[in-house]
Design a protein around this ligand. Structure first.
Ligand SMILES: [Zn+2]
Length: 214
């Protein structure tokens, strides 16, 4: 599971979700991972495992925040996220991020379970410690060694789900269109967090000394 957030050059970059909680907020107009204690943290992501053993993720919003998921407000401030959900933390195209259920395929030493597991492509039994890859979409296992690169074999897709067998993510959000100067000016005027800060009263806060009471 990952979230895709924009970096300083407005390119989407993945941030992996491990077991702990991470908080998100808006920093310089962009959605960002922040400390849960920071004042700009507006929501937290909490990964968990459901009753079917699938890893899922809760989104919990701070009270009074205006977080939206796919354009809709989040009822009761809690939601179980679905693959490719778009979450907006504030105004503007950069104050949003995407959640993806996908994990990056990794070559790991295989751990044998109570039942034998067979490579989805070569049909060979996968034994304890054999370098292997699990398809992040459908869960099928493949042997991946120099002698038998069954996962990446000839660039063929996964036999179970058709996912491309690259060892990178197969999905990322669409790139943001470049801001034209006029769009940049309007963004600065209406959506920038600098212009959305509460206005401090210009009236003097100096306390007038009380009249001398005798
Ligand atoms: Zn698959």
């Amino acid at each position: 599971m990952v979230i895709w957030i924009l970096d300083q050059s407005r390119h989407w970059k993945p941030v992996g979700l491990k077991d702990g909680l991470i908080s998100v907020g808006v920093s310089d107009g962009r959605a960002a991972v922040v400390s849960p204690d920071e004042g700009n943290a507006v929501a937290s992501l909490i990964p968990y495992q459901d009753l079917n053993g699938r890893r899922r993720c809760f989104l919990i919003c701070r009270r009074g925040s205006h977080v939206r998921c796919k354009g809709l407000p989040i009822l009761a401030g809690v939601r179980v996220l679905s693959d490719k959900d778009e979450i907006a933390l504030g105004n503007g195209p950069e104050a949003r991020f995407y959640y993806s259920q996908e994990s990056k395929p990794q070559i790991v030493p295989f751990e044998e379970g109570p039942r034998p597991t067979y490579c989805a492509r070569s049909k060979a039994r996968i034994t304890q410690g054999t370098p292997a890859v699990q398809c992040p979409s459908c869960g099928l296992w493949y042997i991946e060694t120099d002698e038998m690169p069954a996962y990446t074999y000839c660039g063929e897709p996964c036999v179970g789900c058709g996912r491309p067998t690259t060892t990178d993510y197969s999905w990322a959000p669409d790139p943001l269109p470049a801001l034209r100067p006029e769009g940049q000016r309007l963004w600065e005027k209406w959506c920038s967090p600098r212009t959305m800060k509460p206005q401090v009263s210009k009236r003097s806060s100096k306390v007038t000394p009380a009249a001398d009471s005798r």
